[in-house]
Design a protein around this ligand. Structure first.
Ligand code: FAD
Length: 421
């Protein structure tokens, strides 16, 4: 196999093949989910290749952008099991309390880490930081082949392998893989090439995100404030900042994007209130239209679809990446125990074992959006009553905390390993 070395922006040397190659697992998309899966497969003996469309440190790289992700406690356990938690622990902020309230109504609830006997309910990580940690780890793996930036031009599914055609630096390459994993995001080219459909539910909402510095310290509290237009989340970040995810109808999101920083902060303050004192500074804003997108088929003939390509959920409860991480931890576990990572029974078993968790997450996020982004007055009173009930009744709080911590359902071996919680 001819191997040449290409320098990626900001990276050390990465091996790139120039001819037809064989591998066990070919991952299309080296974003948060694809790169995490490649790390999980490191010690399984399986040969792995990744095709990633964008240079890793480019401004347009869609996975490692300015967003943050609220990692659940369960995701921390998975990262610990993978051996990369230590590399990120100093660069994330713990969520010790989650404060949930409904603007204009009495009733709030607090979920607390000490009630759940864990060090934190979750952690806030910058997507860029996660990308750096994942790729630092991948670069230590001599066997991994990364094609980047490279594009997929075709896929052929056979009984015993998948043949992927890719293009890099105007050269064509062919990769024969026993399993192809589509981790290429919500607008998945793999799904398109294989004519796998998807269902989409448009919420008519968009998330405007920005990092904001308030006058008062966040004290590791994550605020989820529901308003009649959509939820606002203030997530604690390092350096006294908060990561704001402000969900509003699409036309209002466009108007918010067009405001100057001062006017933006004034409107945000008006909707969120003064729990964190005066909002003093806002970083760059970005806008993401929100839809619930679900693939019609998760696995088919040596191809499996993961991450946003499989299901993209509303960010209201910070569940999307956490769900994907639980999915791929299970996939990696099944693959490590199998002779053939693409065999039909393995993929069938993966689909069956992961179905319930995904359904639970869809129901949880979808009902939060529908119940809480609503100005109907009787519903408002019910919501308030619900929040008070959850605040007062410990088992209800515990159930909500476990869902937020990503601890519903059977954990993979990676998720069960380590951690004192
Ligand atoms: C505003 C917002 C806030 C969020 N907050 C949270 C949160 O707090 N907690 C949480 O768990 N989740 C959160 N999420 C969800 C989380 O961002 C996603 O689950 C996660 O980004 C999915 O990662 P992915 O790798 O599947 O897809 P992506 O991040 O879209 O990455 C896809 C990768 O594939 C590459 N690619 C695309 N097409 C091709 C191709 N044809 N060939 C090769 N490569 C290709 C792309 O360049 C990219 O690197 C949030 C989402 C949004 C929008």
């Amino acid at each position: 196999m001819a191997v040449l070395t290409q320098r990626n922006p900001g990276s050390k040397a990465i091996s790139v093949t120039k001819s037809t190659t064989d591998c066990d697992v070919l991952i299309i998309g080296g974003g948060l989910v694809g790169a995490s899966l490649a790390c999980m497969l490191e010690n399984t003996g399986l040969s792995v290749q990744i095709v990633e469309a964008w240079p890793l440190k480019s401004d347009v790289q869609p996975s490692y952008d300015d967003r943050t992700v609220a990692l659940s406690w369960g995701s921390r356990c998975i990262f610990e099991g993978m051996g990369i938690w230590d590399a990120m622990a100093d660069r994330v902020e713990a969520i010790k309390t989650i404060h949930i309230s409904d603007r204009g109504h009495f009733g709030a609830t607090r979920l607390r880490h000490d009630e759940e006997n864990v060090e934190a309910l979750g952690y806030v990580a910058e997507n860029r930081v996660l990308g750096e940690v994942l790729y630092d780890r991948l670069q230590q793996n001599d066997r991994l082949v990364l094609h980047c930036p490279a594009g997929l031009t075709g896929i052929e599914q056979n009984t015993d392998q998948v043949v992927a055609s890719i293009e890099q630096d105007q050269q064509h390459k062919t990769v024969n893989a026993r399993l192809l994993v589509a981790a290429d995001g919500v607008i998945s080219q793999v799904r398109d090439l294989l004519h796998i459909g998807s269902s989409a539910q448009d919420y008519g909402q968009a998330a405007v995100i920005a990092n904001v510095t308030p006058a008062r310290p966040h004290n590791n509290v994550a605020y989820e404030r529901f308003t009649d237009q959509g939820p606002i989340a203030f997530l604690p970040m390092t350096g006294r900042r908060c990561s704001v995810v402000w969900t509003v109808p699409v036309d209002q999101a466009e108007a918010l994007m067009a405001l100057g920083d001062e006017d933006f902060l004034r409107q945000l303050q008006q909707r969120f209130g003064y729990r964190l004192g005066q909002l003093e500074q806002a970083g760059k804003r970005q806008m993401y239209p929100l839809r619930l997108v679900e693939t019609t088929q998760v696995a088919r003939n040596r191809v499996v679809i993961v991450g946003n390509a499989a299901h993209s959920v509303h960010p209201v409860a910070g569940q999307g990446f956490n769900l994907a991480l639980r999915d791929i931890a299970m996939l990696a576990e099944l693959m490590s125990a199998a002779k053939d990572p693409g065999e039909r029974n393995l993929l069938q078993s993966y689909v069956e074992q992961r179905e319930d968790d995904a359904r639970r997450v869809y129901r949880f996020t979808d009902s939060l959006v529908k119940i809480f982004s609503n100005s109907n007055a009787p519903l408002g009173h019910l919501r308030a009553a619900g929040l008070i009930a959850v605040g007062l009744i410990a088992p209800l709080r515990h159930q909500l905390a476990r869902q937020s911590m990503g601890l519903g359902g059977r954990a993979s071996v990676l998720g069960r390993r380590s951690v004192n919680g």
